[in-house]
Ligand binder design. Structure first.
Ligand code: HQG
Length: 191
């Protein structure tokens, strides 16, 4: 399979597992998973892949991806982050590293420093474990993204819940502005 086909199928997988499982005719468990066999049947019925999509193909897509977006465990597949449908997925509550990052656009900054980081279209706020990852996330929206530094240790101590996505992506409930700063500025941009 060439990389463009892997990317094409990966986007369909994300759509089904993060955004619209109902359109594919399956339900997800509370952890966001569905059996691989049910998933393959639904994907093949919807997209008429020729040759038919197999578990081996999915494993090849996952192994060659730039990001770890999916996991297969005990015959079940799930998206690790990014969900947008209303039923909230249970992610594993985990103590975050002391500092996390969030890459965003200059345009969004005033509103973020006013309201905090909100999940917007997704179920959880997405944070990055390192600046490089935050840069990649932010570059989707701004050629010179703003990298916010999140005081995760203090937020967690104050009751904000954090969850693991993958080794680079963390999820959280909304993050009030007092835990956010633009690194390099002497003055934290909090209200
Ligand atoms: C912004 C991709 C205004 C937030 C990525 C972001 C990530 C606010 C946008 C994953 C705001 C939401 C998620 C506020 C937050 N006012 N704007 N109060 N609070 N925002 O796409 O974090 O390639 O839902 O800064 O790599 O950009 O799909 O979240 O710009 O890991 O696997 O609202 O999706 O992964 O955008 O990205 P998103 P995100 P995949």
């Amino acid at each position: 399979m060439d990389q463009s086909r892997r990317t094409y199928i990966s986007k369909k997988m994300s759509y089904a597992l993060r955004h619209n499982p109902g359109k594919y005719g399956f339900e997800l468990a509370r952890d966001g998973s569905v059996t691989v066999s049910r998933f393959l049947r639904a994907m093949n019925a919807m997209h008429h892949f020729d040759p038919a999509l197999t578990e081996e193909d999915i494993r090849e897509i996952m192994a060659n991806a730039d990001k770890q977006r999916f996991a297969i465990e005990n015959g079940r597949i799930r998206a690790l982050y990014g969900h947008s449908f209303p039923m909230q997925i249970n992610h594993t509550l985990t103590r975050p590293p002391a500092v996390l990052f969030h890459g965003t656009s200059h345009k969004a900054l005033p509103s973020i420093m006013e309201e905090g980081l909100l999940p917007m279209g997704r179920q959880y706020v997405h944070l990055s474990a390192d600046v490089e990852t935050a840069n990649q996330v932010g570059a989707r929206r701004d050629s010179h993204p703003v990298i916010l530094k999140v005081d995760a240790a203090r937020a967690e101590a104050d009751g904000v819940r954090f969850y693991v996505g993958n080794d680079k992506v963390w999820l959280a409930d909304q993050i009030p502005p007092k835990y956010l700063a633009v690194p390099g500025d002497n003055q934290e941009l909090r209200r």
